[in-house]
Design a protein around this ligand. Structure first.
Ligand SMILES: NC(=O)c1ccc[n+]([C@@H]2O[C@H](COP(=O)([O-])OP(=O)(O)OC[C@H]3O[C@@H](n4cnc5c(N)ncnc54)[C@H](OP(=O)(O)O)[C@@H]3O)[C@@H](O)[C@H]2O)c1
Length: 365
């Protein structure tokens, strides 16, 4: 009778009785509910994403329960929902790949995390657009709490991509130049700031827009040396810029199409262009003469692949994260310009991400 009434209360309160096979004892473990942004099919229609209640599994010996604090809406998240990203989650899926959560509860065998820690998911596909999560200890990595909440929520994808691309493809010394397109993107803003901290000069291409002067000021205040529109590069070129700084050894292409060609054709002899995004959804237009006469190299970069390659090597992951956090602490790197959006207003954030000239939106749970 007592057991039956306890069981009834347990089901009512979301607590379930589990047998812990390893220790051969019976333990009470509590389940919780959270709210999550779930999609059940791949579609370009953002109405496919709906807020739903989700039952979280109980915390196991090696798992942790998180309260998600903030999570950005990135273009790659939308590509995953649309079904056009190279890795897709089994459906139904919770949206979002990046975000910061606070550890609320840890399993008995968890050694690296404590309640109160801030953590971010290591791999893509975590499903960060939710108020709570239960995951394995190894799925997340700690971020220090002395950086801003927005900084923590947006640190492990875009700034780390910028950091890797500035370090892994060309030997760049202070005074060298880097050219990029989509310079106002979150990656672009991080490139400007990390490059400035390294003593590099940046040439930053943006798309023309009604408030162009405002955007130029904004990027210059981050440390951009030159900000030019695609139209200016096409009509007058960068001759004036190259009277002041050397031609770039490194080009970063987030767009493809004609814009990628503008980055490529302005590289120095022996330079490298790294493509990390395809925002224009158009094939790269590349002049043959840059290959023939300038010996320029084309490369690609995908942070997810880099992280997967180094997933056993927490020291490498931590070294990158610490370097980026140090820049944030030192005031040399800030979170991207963004709009903080209450979680329940998620449709607004998704809509803005698929629009031209939209601001980055960060969901606040
Ligand atoms: N390979 C990797 O490891 C990696 C890592 C991080 C991000 N990424 C990729 O990098 C890209 C930027 O990500 P993010 O989070 O930094 O983006 P974001 O902050 O949302 O900014 C999006 C950027 O794309 C530009 N854009 C949007 N639509 C465009 C179009 N049709 N043609 C040309 N430019 C367009 C925007 O310019 P306007 O303001 O002019 O619209 C803006 O500069 C995405 O493709 C993302 O998937 C790749």
């Amino acid at each position: 009778m007592l057991i039956r009434s306890l069981l009834h209360r347990a089901i009512h309160e979301g607590t379930i009785l589990l047998r812990n096979h390893q220790k051969c004892s019976t333990v009470w473990r509590k389940t919780h509910h959270c709210s999550a942004l779930i999609y059940r099919e791949h579609s370009h229609d953002i109405q496919t994403v709906r807020m739903e209640p989700l039952l979280l599994p109980p915390v196991g010996d090696r798992s942790v329960r998180l309260h998600m604090l903030a999570a950005p809406v990135n273009p790659a998240d939308m590509n995953m929902i649309q079904g056009s990203y190279p890795i897709l989650c089994p459906l139904p899926a919770v949206g979002g790949n990046e975000g910061v959560g606070e550890v609320i509860e840890v399993g008995s065998d968890v050694t690296s995390l404590r309640p109160g820690d801030w953590v971010v998911p290591i791999d893509a596909g975590f499903g960060t657009w939710r108020t709570g999560a239960v995951c394995e200890e190894e799925e997340v990595i700690t971020v220090p709490k002395d950086i801003s909440l927005l900084g923590a929520a947006t640190i492990f994808v875009n700034p780390c991509t910028a950091y890797r691309m500035l370090h892994d493809f060309q030997t760049l010394t202070p005074g060298c130049t880097v050219i990029q397109n989509a310079s106002n993107s979150a990656v672009g803003q991080a490139v400007i700031q990390i490059a400035a901290a390294l003593g590099l000069k940046t040439i930053n291409i943006i798309r023309d827009r009604p408030n162009c002067a405002e955007l130029i000021d904004e990027l210059q205040s981050l440390g951009a040396d030159y900000v030019v529109t695609e139209e200016e590069v096409m009509s007058t070129g960068l001759h004036r810029v190259f009277e002041e700084v050397p031609k770039p050894k490194l080009g970063l292409n987030c767009v493809g199409g004609l814009s990628g060609g503008l980055v490529f054709s302005n590289l120095d002899y022996g330079g490298t262009m790294v493509t990390y995004g395809g925002m224009a959804k158009r094939p790269l237009q590349i002049p043959a003469k840059s290959f023939i006469f300038h010996n320029v190299t084309l490369k690609g970069f995908w942070l997810t692949q880099w992280k997967r390659k180094h997933k056993e090597d927490k020291a490498q992951l931590n070294a990158m994260l610490n370097a980026v956090c140090d820049l944030m602490r030192g005031g040399q790197l800030s979170a991207p310009h963004c709009v903080q959006t209450p979680f329940h207003q998620y449709t607004h954030a998704l809509q803005a991400t698929v629009q031209s000239h939209g601001r980055k939106h960060v969901l606040i749970m």
